[in-house]
Design a protein around this ligand. Structure first.
Ligand code: FHN
Length: 463
């Protein structure tokens, strides 16, 4: 009897411990705990440079509604200016991008050097760029009528650029969408909306089989946060449908309502896409152990087309944008630059100009970006390092020189006798190398600076 009591006591302790352990381990935590190493993910990582395209009905007002200006986020004008739903939805009768030429877009992007493109199939406004059998609020109800996505995917595929579909969980047009659940009826409606979203996502993967990655957004509203099972279900459905699909971290939440990262600080999905309009902080030489991507606007903050994008302040120069791309590569991340096409399907001049300058730089220096890894050494004052392993015992370390030292000399943390050669990518000229007392190499830069943005030196090493 006494033994039985001890036994019961032990079981109770174990049960209590078990439920306690469950309490501190919120459900629906991150599931992909290490970097994926399959071909799809390796390709995503090697691509390094992407283009974001925000395009929808919001391009028509371009940040202005009946004389009122929304200075930020032109794509959010409906919400920001509280435009009545029916009134906003009338824009569908005006969407007629007669000058949309996806081959032209793809050629521009190829020349800019991007290896993948993310397009907003449906942003928060709810309008769908493809003919969806689940709604009329789609391209077929516009004067244009024709599918945007199919020719888009084909043109980019022909150009060798991977296509990623952006899909917003938020939907300001759908009758069943709720930002908050206040009543049981809301709960039912929201469940219906999630079914709609799931159907559309499977429809997208079915109809456009070339899609490699899904880029989710809009997971932060209370309705979705308090129902973490929905993000889980969406993710599982898509992974079952297409096992090598890549999904960013913005579709899931855990029971504690954590978005982007779970209670253990691990990003949801296959990579961390929460670096929006900001880059990862300087890691003082320690490389992040996870995959990540930063997405960036050219003005301070508008993703969709804005008639006056200087309105909210500084507009980034090509040099600043290239530096951001290099900074991301130097810390093992991808960089995605956003364009917001005009309602007629053309690209604004300022974006075309930037695409050209960035592309010219990439043509010479792209090898120092694509398929590179970060370099685990604190950031030097003159710029950034990237590196690439080219064989079992050879690698190239790239020096991206944004701030040329007045002395023209650069001391690098590499022993001189490990170096096979150092070459300036711009003219393929060899760089003179001397040595310090501790054996580390000192490179003498050519008298002339070749690029207005950054000259890059490739230092080949044998190991
Ligand atoms: O509200 C959106 C915004 O319009 C844009 O799509 C960005 C892209 O990362 N995501 C949301 C804000 O986080």
């Amino acid at each position: 009897m006494k033994n039985n009591n001890y036994y019961l006591f032990a079981v109770l302790i174990l049960m209590a411990f078990h439920s306690y352990a469950q309490e501190i381990k919120p459900q629906y935590n991150a599931t992909v705990l290490e970097k994926r190493n399959d071909p799809a993910m390796n390709r995503w990582r090697e691509n390094r440079f992407g283009q974001f395209i925000h395009w929808g009905l919001y391009a028509i007002p371009g940040g202005e509604w009946k004389g009122s200006i929304e200075p930020m986020a032109a794509e959010g004008i409906a919400h920001k200016l509280k435009i009545p739903g029916e009134e906003y939805a009338e824009l569908i009768h005006k969407f007629n991008p007669v000058n949309f030429d996806p081959e032209k877009w793809a050629a521009m992007d190829k020349a800019m050097g991007v290896k993948y493109v993310i397009i907003t199939t449906k942003h928060h406004e709810g309008f769908c760029l493809w003919p969806s059998k689940y709604t009329d609020y789609d391209i077929t109800s516009t004067p244009y009528q024709k599918d945007i996505l199919e020719p888009f995917v084909q043109a980019y595929k022909k150009a060798g650029i991977d296509v990623v579909f952006y899909y917003s969980i938020i939907d300001w047009n759908h009758k069943d969408y709720r930002s908050k659940i206040i009543s049981p009826a809301d709960s039912i409606a929201f469940g219906q909306y999630i079914k709609y979203a799931k159907n559309q996502l499977v429809e997208l993967l079915k109809n456009y089989p070339d899609i490699k990655t899904l880029w989710f957004d809009g997971q932060w509203e209370e309705s979705y946060k308090t129902n973490p099972q929905y993000g889980w279900e969406i993710e599982q459905t898509l992974r079952n449908f297409k096992p090598d699909i890549i999904i960013n971290n913005r579709v899931r939440l855990n029971v504690a309502g954590m978005i982007d990262h779970d209670s253990n600080g691990r990003h949801f999905g296959d990579y961390d896409a929460s670096f929006e309009r900001k880059l990862i902080e300087d890691t003082t030489g320690l490389m992040p152990t996870f995959d990540w991507e930063a997405c960036m606007t050219i003005p301070v903050n508008t993703w969709g087309y804005h008639k006056d994008w200087t309105i909210n302040g500084h507009v980034k120069s090509p040099r600043e944008l290239v530096e951001m791309l290099v900074k991301c590569s130097s810390m093992g991340g991808n960089f995605v630059l956003n364009f917001g096409p005009k309602p007629d399907g053309t690209i604004r001049t300022e974006e075309l100009e930037r695409a050209k300058v960035i592309g010219d730089w990439m043509k010479v220096n792209g090898e120092a970006i694509y398929a590179t890894e970060g370099f685990p050494y604190p950031k030097p004052v003159w710029g950034y390092y990237t590196q690439k392993h080219i064989s079992a015992n050879e690698k190239i370390v790239y020096l991206h020189i944004f701030n040329r030292p007045a002395t023209g000399l650069i001391n690098i943390p590499i022993q001189k006798d490990e170096i096979v050669e150092a070459t300036l990518l711009f003219i393929k000229d060899k760089i003179e190398i001397t040595v310090l007392a501790d054996g580390t190499a000192v490179l003498r830069l050519p008298a002339k600076q070749y690029s207005d943005i950054a000259d890059v030196i490739a230092v080949k090493l044998k190991m």
